[in-house]
Write a protein that binds this ligand. Structure first.
Ligand code: URP
Ligand code: ZN
Ligand code: ZN
Ligand code: ZN
Length: 521
């Protein structure tokens, strides 16, 4: 009931911000190059009441419609960032970007929807945590959003609540931590249980893949040796610790039998290799990497300036290897990885200094919601590694498909939400904490020059970035329910199940009256 009330309130705010039947409500984007994951076409786009109504040339439109000339520019689906942590309480601090500032920053960079993580405390009701997240987000979000829910403990009650979240609250994904021992970490038998439940529900099981036991042992050893600085963070959780957990999660998902798996923040070459191998063997596993791992690297954790080094601390860690960003980008090109997020979880310098004398107490997290699109365009498209269609696939379409909101989101087509970015690939901007919209005074991409600037960012037909000016409205965004059984994830799984059932029936039982025998397995 609380949720229904919250939903109604949120719709009222949205409708107020989007007056009906006014010229403001109609928009014609002319002369641009429309990019979808499957191709590019020179086309106009007409928007009315928050929906894309026409795509084509010589469109007949009502008078008084606002016209935006997109000649020489790309018209792309608004970015979907499937991995953010706004105002998250983590390691004794609350992340600095709240749902207002974080989504405003996202909008400024061309992202029109985020998927944030509800992280219940151990023994906390998942539903209570979800309701509290909805309340925090609904009053503040400037762009649309959905929610994943963390499963941080395991019991019959959690199982029931997962079901309720899927059936009544628009949740179709659950994140499990294999790290953060003593707070969020699940054991293997618990992961098995959650993956099994997810498969029954048609939900997506997501894992933070790092071996938490090994991290804890390495941490003790390093601290005992006097390694207390931010570099200790990277040293305590080397690549193997990530790759082992990715492999283990895949093995467990496979033991459940074809449970789909989504590995969040793939940060290392060896973790990427595991996913490549498992996909090659036919496992239904998806991989996400993040702006940070593509746009910077872990050598910064050795920076002489403590604040600078600590600002780069996140988990799994950025790798102290200058070639990792290129490799991860190649894996996105090859479809070993399908999705890019930001893992935006910002902490101020004073919050980071909780770990001044002990790296294991530095709140984990970096920025990325604002700069994700630019960083990926620069490293991917501007460099010539991928075309604009692949860019669209990895920044919006694939996330929309996996979380089952495609084609409402993630494409420019008739009937889709009018979440649109007019992207000027000829303009450049230099990333800086001095100009960004985040609530912190540090940016891990500081000084990076990016080709590709979101000149207009449109959410539900409302121009939220207008010729580069950010005009965010607090509370304007909507909660977007994510239905279970996304075909992109489950069609293969279901087909395999059906095949198995067909092949396991004793042949006599299915002999029909024409005497046909079923095919042998
Ligand atoms: O360091 C990180 N990634 N912080 C956010 C929480 C998480 O594990 O995703
Ligand atoms: Zn994580
Ligand atoms: Zn510094
Ligand atoms: Zn995260």
């Amino acid at each position: 009931q609380v949720v229904t009330e919250v939903l109604q309130a949120e719709r009222a705010i949205h409708d107020e911000a989007l007056p009906c039947d006014s010229a403001q409500n109609r928009l014609l984007i002319k002369n641009g190059k429309v990019v979808n994951e499957d191709g590019m076409v020179d086309s106009d786009v007409y928007v009315e009441d928050g929906i894309i109504k026409q795509v084509g040339r010589n469109l007949i439109i009502p008078g008084g419609t606002r016209i935006i000339d997109a000649r020489g520019k790309y018209v792309i689906p608004g970015g979907i960032d499937p991995h953010t942590h706004m105002q998250l309480e983590l390691m004794g601090a609350v992340s600095a970007d709240d749902f207002y500032q974080g989504t405003k920053a996202a909008l400024a960079g061309g992202t029109t929807m985020i998927i944030d993580f509800v992280i219940p405390k151990k023994n906390e009701s998942l539903i209570d945590a979800y309701v509290s997240w909805r309340q925090n987000a609904d009053e503040k979000v400037c762009c649309d959003y959905a929610l994943h829910v963390g499963v941080t403990w395991w019991s019959d009650r959690v199982k029931e609540e997962m079901e309720q979240l899927c059936k009544e609250h628009g949740v179709n994904s659950f994140k499990m931590f294999m790290a953060y021992k003593d707070s969020f970490m699940l054991r293997d038998f618990e992961l098995y249980g959650v993956f099994d439940k997810c498969k029954q529900l048609g939900a997506i099981a997501q894992v933070h893949a790092e071996n938490g036991d090994i991290v804890a042992e390495n941490t003790k050893k390093l601290l005992a040796r006097g390694v207390t600085g931010p570099e200790g963070h990277a040293l305590s959780r080397p690549e193997d610790v990530e790759a082992e957990a990715v492999n283990r999660a895949c093995v467990i998902a496979n033991q459940v039998v074809d449970a789909p798996l989504y590995v969040v923040h793939v940060m290392s070459k060896s973790a990427g290799d595991v996913i490549k191998q498992k996909r090659g063997q036919g496992q239904v596993v998806f991989g996400e990497t993040i702006a940070a791992s593509l746009g910077t690297d872990g050598t910064h954790q050795w920076n002489r300036c403590w604040q600078h080094a600590a600002a780069h601390v996140m988990s799994p860690p950025l790798r102290p290897d200058s070639n990792t960003p290129n490799t991860l980008l190649d894996l996105l090109v090859l479809d070993v990885l399908q999705v890019t997020g930001s893992d935006n979880c910002t902490f101020t310098a004073s919050q980071k200094s909780l770990g001044q004398n002990d790296f294991s107490k530095i709140p984990n997290g970096v920025n990325g919601a604002e700069d994700r699109m630019s960083v990926i365009w620069e490293k991917g498209v501007h460099s010539g590694k991928m075309d604009p269609s692949r860019f669209v696939a990895i920044t919006s379409t694939n996330a929309a498909k996996i979380f089952n909101i495609y084609p409402r989101k993630g494409c420019i087509s008739v009937g889709s939400d009018a979440d649109i970015v007019i992207w000027d690939a000829n303009k450049t901007r230099t990333i800086s904490a001095k100009t960004h919209h985040h609530a912190v005074d540090f940016n891990i991409f500081e000084g990076m020059e990016c080709h590709g600037v979101p000149e207009y960012v449109i959410v539900s037909g409302r121009v939220c970035v207008d010729e580069g000016d950010v005009k965010a409205v607090q509370g304007f965004g909507r909660f977007i329910p994510t239905p279970v059984f996304p075909p992109y994830v489950y069609s293969m799984v279901q087909q395999r199940e059906e095949e198995k059932v067909a092949n396991s029936v004793p042949s006599a039982a299915v002999q029909n009256d024409t005497g046909d025998k079923p095919s042998t397995p």
